[in-house]
Design a protein around this ligand. Structure first.
Ligand code: IYR
Length: 222
């Protein structure tokens, strides 16, 4: 494609003070995000999910190839199929595949093979990564930095959902091949993440775990 540049639209003209306030307030809001495993069946309008997916797809991507596809499911039959298939994989995981060390690391989260949230939450968003693209002539187009690009988009999706007032759960049954079959995705895509979202069930509880302090996660050379 030809190189063509335009002036940067929407240049921000925030004062130093406004920037400090926005950074601080955003952090306060995002710190309230918790992974939730108990969802209510209260419906969530499709328009909210559409806007969150649009926000996610504004993520930067390798060579701007936008190597993602989002499948949003509120259909009860499909959610039930996904639950059954995911629970089958999880039984394998918890009974056979997971090492003792892995099971020990999961202990504080209280997870197990039962995944009722896959049927109870109003929306499941399956995110697929396109290992390669297909051009208009049907030829393969190489994609660059696909996992990084899709990972960033997922982070933005979760942020958008949280900002819209919804709770999420990032679910990664492994392997996730069943998602590709149930959701009829093409050969060039592989399932990357299943984001469960909706409102928390009344009285939902979360593990009592803490986030690392800034000193433990960042260093500065100034
Ligand atoms: N996929 C399993 C196990 C699991 C693995 C990790 I890493 C987690 O952070 C949480 C769960 C499950 O969903 O139960």
């Amino acid at each position: 494609m030809m190189k063509e540049f335009i002036p940067l639209p929407h240049i921000r003209t925030l004062t130093e003070q406004q920037m400090q306030k926005r950074a601080q307030e955003f952090n306060v809001q995002i710190q309230k995000r918790r992974t939730v495993r108990d969802f209510s069946d209260r419906p969530v309008d499709k328009g909210i999910i559409e806007n969150c997916i649009k926000a996610a797809a504004s993520a930067p991507s390798g060579a701007h190839q936008q190597p993602w596809h989002f499948v949003a499911v509120s259909n009860q039959d499909i959610k039930s199929k996904i639950r059954r298939a995911a629970e089958d994989e999880e039984k394998e995981f918890y009974q056979r595949r997971a090492s003792e060390e892995w099971l020990k690391a999961l202990e504080p989260l209280g997870t197990n093979t039962s995944k009722p949230f896959l049927e109870e939450a109003p929306w499941l968003i399956a995110v697929f990564a396109q290992r390669y693209g297909i051009d208009v002539q049907g030829n393969r187009v190489k994609h660059y930095y696909t996992p990084e690009s899709v990972g960033i988009a997922c982070g933005m999706l979760i942020t958008a959902l949280h900002t819209s007032g919804l709770a999420t759960l990032t679910h990664t049954p492994s392997p996730m091949g069943f998602l590709k079959k149930i959701l009829k995705r093409p050969d060039n895509e592989r399932p990357y993440l299943l984001v469960v979202c909706g409102h928390p069930k009344e009285g939902a509880q979360v593990p009592n775990i803490k986030r690392k302090e800034l000193n433990d996660i960042a260093s500065f050379f100034t």
